[in-house]
Design a protein around this ligand. Structure first.
Ligand SMILES: [Zn+2]
Length: 235
């Protein structure tokens, strides 16, 4: 098991670590700051450095329960001490993007009673799908205005770990289908945007909504019955 430093502090950019496994698949470390692709958030990229070598990390993924750094060359031997450093600008943009998506989903649920059915993000751009009967540019503008008002309110964003039983009893978390998380997961990691949103989530987020900056609703799309899409872009 790799200690996942990003789970408690998304702002750690680098760490010292030891290679536990190295092979064709990539490198597994005893601890890391690299977020592994999941929940719509891409895996981190960056660099591993050690005495006499350096490798780019092209992607980070979970494979068979292991957190794998995919590298573009011959990995260092097992037992090597390395410095693991993420591409911070890219990651920070992903943190802003991820927090923007949580705020967006909360607003659409709160003001229109509409549920999110999917979402995905790249640094600075994202899409979110809603169980909506209709969508148009006017709706997009209205949501954009609400979203920017909530972000500008500088709401704190907090990470916590709730005992599973407590999480299953929380009405806000029930809404976001916390019951679908595998039973072995306990405690459950929760991301709360104070006064706006609370959901079980493994991703990395900024400390405050003001750090997201301005967000534009770039496009609204009709993908089918009760399947409408909104694309957002960060300034
Ligand atoms: Zn999320």
């Amino acid at each position: 098991m790799t200690e996942e430093l990003f789970a408690t502090d998304a702002y750690v950019r680098s760490c010292e670590a030891t290679v536990r496994e190295a092979g064709d698949e990539g490198v597994v470390l005893d601890r890391t700051v690299f977020y592994a692709r999941s929940g719509g958030q891409p895996g981190d990229t960056g660099v591993l450095r050690w005495d006499g070598g350096e490798l780019r990390v092209l992607d980070t993924v979970k494979r068979g329960g292991r957190l794998v750094h995919e590298v573009d060359g011959e990995p260092p031997d097992e037992g090597t001490a390395v410095t693991a450093e993420i591409d911070w600008d890219r990651r920070h943009t992903l943190m802003r993007t991820h927090t923007a998506l949580h705020a967006l989903s909360a607003i659409v649920f709160r003001d229109y009673d509409v549920k999110v059915t999917g979402g995905n993000m790249e640094p600075g751009v994202a899409r979110m799908d809603f169980e909506l009967e209709s969508i148009d540019a006017e709706f997009g503008r209205e949501v954009e205005e609400k979203l920017n008002a909530e972000l500008a309110a500088d709401r704190p964003v907090r990470v916590s770990f709730l005992p599973r039983a407590e999480a299953l009893a929380d009405p806000d978390l029930i809404r976001t289908k916390v019951n679908l998380i595998p039973e072995l997961v306990d405690p459950i990691r929760v991301i709360e945007i104070e006064g706006l949103d609370k959901q079980a989530d493994g991703g990395t987020h900024v400390r405050s909504t003001a750090e997201v900056g301005h967000v534009r609703v770039a496009k609204t799309e009709n993908k089918g019955k009760a399947f409408k899409r909104m694309r957002i872009e960060l300034a």
